[in-house]
Design a protein around this ligand. Sequence first.
Ligand SMILES: *[C@@H]1O[C@H](CO)[C@@H](O)[C@H](O)[C@H]1NC(C)=O
Ligand SMILES: *[C@@H]1O[C@H](CO)[C@@H](O)[C@H](O)[C@H]1NC(C)=O
Ligand SMILES: *[C@@H]1O[C@H](CO)[C@@H](O)[C@H](O)[C@H]1NC(C)=O
Length: 416
Amino acid sequence: MASFATLIPLLTITLLSFSCSSQFILPIEKDPLTNLFTTSLNIGTPKHNFNLVIDLGGPILWYDCNKNYNSSTYIPLPCNSNLCSNDAGCISCNGHFKPGCTNNTCGANIINSLVYGIFSGNTGNDVLFISNTKISNILSGCTDSDGFTNNFPLENLPKYSKGILGLARTKLSLPKQLSLSSNKLPNKFALCLPSSKLGRLFIGGVPQKSTFFSKYELTTIPLIINPFSTAPIFTQGEASYEYFIDVKSIKVGGETLNFKSSILSIDNKGNGGTKISTLKNFTVLHSSIYNPLVKAFVKKASDNKIKQVASVAPFEACFDLNTIYRTNTGFAVPTIDLVFDRGMDWKIFGDNSMVLVNKNVACLGFVDGGKEPQTAVVIGGHQLEDNLLEFDLVSSKLVFSSSLLLRDARCSDFKN
Ligand SMILES: *[C@@H]1O[C@H](CO)[C@@H](O)[C@H](O)[C@H]1NC(C)=O
Ligand SMILES: *[C@@H]1O[C@H](CO)[C@@H](O)[C@H](O)[C@H]1NC(C)=O
Ligand SMILES: *[C@@H]1O[C@H](CO)[C@@H](O)[C@H](O)[C@H]1NC(C)=O
């Protein structure tokens, strides 16, 4: 039974293309109540520490500039600046000057995808600090949450989080701005999301000097662009700035699932395809993929004498823990493979596929996205944990490791 989980990916092995400048490394924590991933940054003068939710699909860095916040180094972006290219209007304010209350200021689209909401805010630049390095002239958005009922822009974020660090493919994303600044980092970043304790965000890409990741065989696939925006607000004709990958088929326990594979392609309205999201707890699948996946998983599990028990919402396929063996990559359950061109694949082992719902039961951690989701496969946080993922925007490639447990490590074992 252990054979499922001990397969080591042998296909398409690539070496890391190491970046040559020093990177910025930010800590990542997982919030136990929401399962969201957060980091923290010091912004402004005097320094103010902001806990921010990491959103791979978020277009900007934004934070709460409510009445308790001020910064003497804040400079609003004038409406006529050529950097002010969005459609969020020109903002003015009748109060005393401070971040969030300025005149002739380029509006910011403050997006909180957890409530599919857009809020008004200001664009401005200020200093920020990453591991005590001071970085000037970073453009970000800020919104005064006091101006909304129940601090609506912060809804569904962890209580202590006061904004979102967006990492999408945009001009204003932090990795992109740092790549253009004097640091001349390549426009790349890597995520190692923790299952517990600390993970890391590596701005500039996977660290060059670290031996921690060099023992992994990494797979490189293209990042693809969905020509239709998937954002809550966009200009007609704008492409999506989220990260899509071209999954061609899905296997369970080595067998290809049978479903209409055209939903894995992006159609002429921008629907379908596969994207990666750090705001979803679990991978969300179109029903016509979810149903055969659950069926095949249950069948293969039962072939291996794993006993199915009653469902625990939102999951359907749940199993008696006493009937599941453990391996180095977690529970010994059928491996789920996302298959790309030329036989390349992303193997999802028990540690990433199964969720412990109580002390006796573990469930298949995928959820049903219904019959009409915009995107057919949204790979969520639980499936990304303890995997290294590098988003290389120089060559538009995703480089990934599969489970770090294959070499007996977790993201939290990384030491700077
Ligand atoms: C993620 O899971 C937590 C805990 O199960 C739940 O409270 C939260 O609403 C979920 N969040 C999302 C965005 O689905
Ligand atoms: C915010 O700080 C600036 C610069 O230090 C100061 O001029 C301004 O009056 C302050 N605003 C408020 C509302 O305290
Ligand atoms: C914005 O301009 C108005 C009109 O000139 C002025 O009353 C107000 O104080 C200004 N606001 C700020 C924040 O400077």
